[in-house]
Every structure is written in structure tokens, then in C-alpha cells.
Design a protein. Sequence first.
Length: 644
Amino acid sequence: MRIAVLGAGTMGHGIAQVAAMAGYEVYLRDVSDEFVQRGIERIRASLSKFLEKGKISREEMESVLSRIHGTTDLGSAVKNVDFVIEAVPEVFDIKAEIFREIDRIAPPNTVFATNTSSLPISELASVTSRPDRFVGMHFFNPPQLMRLVEVVRGDRTSEETVRKTIELAKSMGKEPILVKKDVPGFIVNRILVRWLNEACLIAEREGKDMKLIDSSLKGRAGLPMGAFELSDYIGLDVMRDIIDAMVGRGFALKPCSKWYELVSKGMLGAKTGQGFYDWSKGRPQIPPNPDADFDPMEVLCMAVNEAAWLLRNDVASAEEIDKAVILGLNFPKGPLRMGDEYGLDKIKGIIERKAKEFGLPEYAVDPLISEKVARGELGINSGRGFFDYSIKQKEFGPVIYKESPPIAWIKLNRPEKLNALDDDMVRGILSALEEARKEEIRVVVITGEGKAFCAGADIRGFKGIGPIDAFNLSKRLNSAFREIYEFPKPVIAMINGFALGGGLELAMACDLRVASERAQFGQPEITLGIITGAGGSFRLPELVGIPKAKELMFTGDMITADEALRIGLVNRVVKHDNLEEETRNLAMKIAERPPIAISIYKALLNGQKYDAEALAFGLVFSTEDSGEGINAFLEKRKPEFKGR
């Protein structure tokens, strides 16, 4: 197959390189020799980087270059080709004139494709005599690296043309997404404009700091760039032109005034050294902040809403919409999945609040979201949202096991007893863990129902217990918690409230601990005249150091979540209302990593502990003080320890 690429600029030379690397003869055309040669030199420079990294050989590089034929003559570029890919400036009249001209020259069966990111495919096709062989083929910058290609069907594009275009994209090593309807912005730009404009509006009208918004989008939503950083990277003039083109085609949007104000001052972003940020000394430093005091869904709700519009209007399937955004914008997950994880009822609430407060037309909750909320299809937690999660739930005594692959949730369910541990609870935890061994589960989360994670062992079971029984109890607890500690998959403790005594030991047996700001922690065993019996004597010092562990164990005092974070007892402290969302985000990030490598890491990092603590726990129950402490607790009085 022979391919003509019209335009040797930023996109054109990259498309030509990709086509030549796939083995095609490529005719690269631009309006002057200078532009053509500059494009070929950029291809050579790009191939040289591939060569340096060992991705191609010197012979392969020269072979690719030999297949690229530069020319300024439009006729010679297209007269014998099978496929034309136009990549000239994003101006309708320029593109239309080129297509009118090549329509008279190219063979009748030649397919015409435009690399436009926002102009109407059907209108461009109408200037030719072959609208059935006209298609959108939107590559992403840089084409040499970005895998996504949006294949956009015009009103009269034939199935054969779509098939050929998809096959061509695949042969170039790309992942094509079919955009079934020629809507403004297609998939990726339509969603991109929504959330970037929303971030800009929030900063403009609400005075929110740009770095706060960006650090939250990076740290809490996991985006590779924040809204303002990405806008600068794309180019504010490019963003303005995309927005104008889409709005001109009926896209309902109130553009943020900053797009026009900054462009009028020549502040175009990274390429000019100034945009939203100062790029004159390099990329701005905006570290991701998982604890940022800004909910990224204030911005990303608009991406979710727009994705719902695309799905409802059958522009693409839910899977394809999310895949396009992941590939085109490097999102860690697609907007529909984000919406399901956050909760569609909460997404709906944010947008409705914005509508009431600001009254803009874009703040109309898409009917698909409203319908799903009305049906109770709220996302992952309900088992269905934009996707079907087929949540499986079982009960093992006082423990609820719920799996929503790749995550399994284990919930301690004795809220009236603050989820106190007893033999039934321990057996339930172990049974739930056994369920979570299946291949589709990558991460396990343990949490508690009500206002406690787990307030420790059930003290009523300690009354009258002797040394041997205490030793065996400790052995059972240690054995159970060792199952968690040595479980082959990561286990996260989602600490929603009290984590005391055995409850804290349970949390410490997990690999990671995410705590609500309301959580409280402590090892109060000493106040009962006993000691830790389920791993606390060795796990607590490992996490917080021996001096701090001694203080907590000797006093039995409780500490706050913030103090627990400061001393290293927990990994993260988050707002109580965001606890499940933040825990799920962390679990999903881990679940996306290679499971075998994660399992090996866990085995390497977790040492083996044995029965010394169980022996000591049994021994302490031979003392009079232990009996006094337990009786005093049950009788709700202050104990009188005598050291016997």
C-alpha cells in the first residue's frame, strides 16, 4: 500500500514516520522544500532516538527513511496512492481546498482521511465526490508514541472505508477506537475540553489556587498532569481554537476567559515559556498531593457527564470511551469507571449544585446518569453503574465478604460490640480470606461496620481464663493474623474509627493502613493488667520504633489519626467522607501492577514471627493483676493493681 501524508509539520511528519515504520511507501508533501526537509529531519531525529534506545537497528532506520519520499507537488504525492492522510493546519477552508484539489487527481478508489481533531468530517467529505471513502483518522501527539487513533465515521462513510482505516491503524501498531457519529470533539477532545474548562472556571470565579487543583488531580485522581499544566503543554492557542471550533458546531460551553486573555498576551504555554504557569526555567514543579484540600471530582464530574452523553448518544461503547481517554490522555482509568467508583449519585449532586449556583447550560446532568441513579445503579458499591460489576457477597458469621474484582472487601460486622474480636469473628475473617485467593482478586481491603474498625478482643471472654487457655487464645489470634500478614496478595486496612488492642494488631497485620481523620488508635492492654497477644509487641515497634512503641504500650493511651500518621503507624489519613474512595483508588492502583511481582515483594518484606508473644500472653494470665484488670473493666470501676 502507498500512502500520501499531506503536511510535514508536528503531526504530519510523525504520521509519515509511523506509516514508513509499518512498511508502507510514504509520500510526504508540504508547500515548500524547507517544510518538507524540516519534516524529514525531524523524522531522522526521532528515529535516531529509537536507535539509541535499541528499538531499531541502523539498517532498519535507513530502510524506513528510504520509504519516505518528500515532495512539494500535490499531484505527484497523491496520483498513485491508496490512502491519503491530511495533516495540514486546523482551518476548515485550507483543508477543504486541498481535498477539492486531490479529489480531481487521486485514483477513484483512494481513501481520504483527515487528521482533524475538531472539524466536522461530514462537511469536509461533502467537498469531494467520494464522501463514502472519506473518514476521520485522528492521531494523537506525538504519533510515534501515542497509541490511540480515533477513526471517525462521517454521515456517508462506508463500512468498507471504516474497515480499511481500522486495519491500517492496527498495522501501524495503533489502537483504533471507532467514533460512530461525527460529533464536535469526537471522544477525547470532547471530554478534555469539559474538564479543562471547568478547572479554569473554578479558578477564575471561585479563586481556587491552580496548583491546589493540579496537585489534587495528580495526587487524588492519579492524573499524569493537572488541568493547567496540561493546558500549557497542549498550547493555550490550540485549546482556544479547539474550543471555538466545537462551540461553533453547537457544543454547549461557556469558555473560560483565560483562554483568550492569555493568548492575546502571547502567553501560549510551554512553547512560549509563559501560560498558566511559568515555564521559562523548565517544567513547573507541581507535586501530586493525595491529601490536597480539593475534591478532584469538582473538575472531573464534567468529564463523567460528557462521557455519559457520548454513551447515551451511541457515539461509542462504554469500554471504548474509557479506553480512548486512557490512551489519549494517559488517565489511569476512564471517566465512566471514575464515575462508578465515586458514585453516580454524588456526581449528580455536584453537577446539580453547580447548576443551582452558576446556572450554566453545561451544568445539566445527563439523563443517563439521572436514570441510573433513579434505578439505584450508583456504581461499584451497588454492583452496577455504567459497567456491571457483578458483586458477589457472602456472610461468614459476623463477617461480610464482598468481591468486586479486582478488589475483595472484608467487613467486620458486630457494630453493636464495636466489632470486638471473638472466635466467630476470627473464623469469619479466615473464611473470607480463603475466598479472596481466586485469581481475579488482586487486593483485599479489611474494614469495620459502624464507628469502629475493631475495638479489640471481646473482654468478656477473658473472665476466669487461665494461663494455658490464654496461651491458646493468643496462638489462635497470632495464627489468624499471620494468615493476613503472609497472605499472597496485598491487604489494606481501611480504618474507619476505633482501632484498639487486638483491632490495632489486626490493622498492623495488614500491609497498608488508610485511616479516617476520625480514627483513634491504641494498645490499652496494660490498663487491664495484660499485654498484647496478637502481634502487637513486635509489629508496633517495627512500624513506629521501640521508644514510641514503649510509650504506647506502657501507658495504654489512645492517639489520633494525625498522630498515627506522624509516627508511621498508618500510611494515609483522609477525610472521613472520602475514606472508601481513597482506599479504593489505592487498591486499584496496586491492582494494576504485576501481581506476581507484588506477591514476591510482600514475601521479601515481611519477616516471619513466632510464638514468643503467645507464650508471654499466656504467662501474664497467671498473675492476680490480670484478673483484677479484667474484673474492673467488666464492673466499670478503676482497677487496683498490686504487682502480683
